[in-house]
Design a protein. Structure first.
Length: 149
């Protein structure tokens, strides 16, 4: 049963893995030997209203820490960096026509890509269940500070 860790208005389902870089705040979910990747609602908040997204195509190899695409909002344009290396096997094409799904439903219809990882164990280094609440509190404080709140 999935529990939600809630910090301010932000939710972090405890069945996901979390990666937070300098600008990224991403979630990952294991699915049949693959990893579904998306922007957390905190990441969507930090970016602002997302107006455009461009992701690398299916079949493209990606390295951990390298760009898998670009997001643009009214205030920010930047790369989305993959927390795991592997091959993109599916891209959420619906985001091209409706990038607002990233803000409106980040843990559902707003997912970004499905990756077949080079090593499924790579995901284990990221925040998950144990210590999630403390981690989430730090991330929310950091993202709000970046926005001057």
């Amino acid at each position: 049963m999935t529990k939600l860790v809630k910090v301010d208005e932000f939710e972090f389902p405890d069945d996901l893995y979390y990666y937070a870089g300098e600008t990224d705040s991403l979630w990952m979910k294991k699915e049949d030997g693959k990893i579904r990747l998306g922007l957390t609602d905190l990441g969507a908040y930090a970016a602002g209203k997302i107006k455009f997204i461009r992701m690398r195509p299916s079949g493209k190899k990606v390295k951990e820490g390298r760009s898998i695409g670009t997001l643009e909002s009214g205030k920010w344009t930047g790369a989305v960096k993959s927390p795991v290396g592997g091959t993109i096997v599916e891209v959420n094409e619906s985001l091209r026509d409706d990038p607002s799904k990233l803000n409106d439903d980040p843990y559902g219809d707003g997912w970004l890509v499905l990756i077949e990882p080079d090593d499924m164990g790579d995901i284990e280094q990221y925040q998950h269940t144990e210590g999630l609440e403390a981690w989430a509190n730090e991330e929310v404080a950091a993202k709000k500070a970046m926005k001057g709140e």
